[in-house]
Design a protein around this ligand. Structure first.
Ligand code: ZN
Length: 356
């Protein structure tokens, strides 16, 4: 029997071990890309940066934007899809450019954390900081339990779940909180590095007025190996309709309760939605790994280890975080590359088929 072609051989090339190797490969591949290309870097410090690469004409009306590392540690998954695309770069459709944003949160990528160096979860950070910070009363109720040993934490969480239900529990833990800087899903008290970098990138490449297909790549939530396309545009808006049109019935919507994700404050999406009043759309491509209980335990253990400044515990946690957000399993990694290719194709098709 003939073995069907697989993407397994791409895995060592597309999934380097560290932030540094991913960044080198990204810049190396960028250097080999035929012009017209532009690169633009948003440094965090002298070792870490968000890197961007624009391929295609400056004046392109349509732009596919692929983002990796909004949640640092998940960056290896997003970078894998970016590297795979760079290694097999197709000729772009007319009037179309590709913008790759690598490691929006480089600190988290380097340290195997979701949050950045200020404890900020970038995907809760896009709020109006001139207004009072949003409240999360559910988080207040569980905040002390977050740092308890795992067994005691589980007991306390079980009481909360019994009282308020599963959805309320998920919102309490992961909906976003603005009161505990050491805690999980902390939205910050000012724009973080990735937020400022996003502003610079939008301005640098003159994105307002262009037609954008943005895909922000994440991992760690949902069924193992499944790539869920999550749309956080409000139902009834142009962006919501565009996402359904381009990506089809597979698209899920937290606002309608069809997603693995719940509605959240301060998503990166909301910044890009402002560029998509009449056309274009933003989707999150979320790759599932292990259970939601394991997700919460892994992330909460990580926050407890960093809060306590225990280097043995942070090292152990780094390994658990890496495995949760980017499993070693070659079959899982192959699914990521396959789905990544499909979504990129759908985005290019969408940008070009109903061109105005
Ligand atoms: Zn994520």
């Amino acid at each position: 029997m003939k073995t069907p072609p697989t993407l397994v051989r791409e895995i060592p090339v597309c999934f380097p071990e560290t932030y540094e190797t991913c960044r080198c490969r990204f810049l190396e591949a960028a250097g080999k890309t035929a012009p017209p290309t532009r690169v633009f870097s948003c440094p965090l410090n002298d070792r870490l940066a968000t890197e961007t690469l624009w391929i295609g004409p400056d004046s392109a009306r349509n732009v596919l934007v692929l983002i990796s590392g909004t949640h640092g540690v998940e960056g290896r998954v997003g970078a894998a899809i970016q590297l795979d695309l760079l290694n097999r770069l197709p000729s772009l459709p007319e009037n179309t450019a590709l913008l790759l944003i690598f490691a929006l949160n480089p600190h988290g990528f380097e340290h195997n954390r979701r949050c950045d160096g200020d404890g900020i979860d970038l995907n809760r950070n896009f709020i109006d900081f001139s207004r009072p910070l949003p409240a999360n009363p559910g988080y207040e109720e569980i905040a002390e339990a977050v740092y308890l040993p795992e067994a005691e934490r589980a007991e306390s969480f079980a009481r909360f779940r019994a009282k308020h239900g599963e959805r309320a529990f998920e919102i309490a833990v992961s909906g976003g909180q603005y009161s505990d800087p050491s805690g999980p899903f902390f939205g910050g008290s000012a724009p973080g590095h990735g937020n400022r970098a996003a502003e610079q990138i939008i301005a640098h490449y003159s994105l307002p007025g262009r037609r954008l297909a943005v895909v922000d790549i994440h991992s760690g939530l949902g069924p193992y190996g499944h790539g869920e396309l999550i749309c956080d545009h409000e139902p009834g808006t142009a962006g919501f309709r565009q996402a359904m049109q381009w990506y089809g019935a597979a698209v899920t919507a937290p606002a309608e309760g069809t997603s693995s994700s719940v509605r959240k404050e301060g998503l990166l999406d909301y910044r890009w939605h402002r560029l998509m009043k009449t056309e274009g759309c933003f989707v999150t491509l979320e790759f599932g790994t292990y259970s939601i209980d394991r997700l919460f335990n892994t992330v909460l253990n990580d926050h407890a280890a960093w809060k306590n400044g225990d280097s043995d515990a942070t090292q152990k946690s780094a390994a658990a975080m890496r495995e949760h957000f980017c499993p070693e399993d070659a079959n899982w990694r192959e699914l990521i590359l396959i789905k990544g290719r499909q979504v990129i194709q759908q985005a290019f098709n969408g940008l070009n088929h109903d061109r105005t």
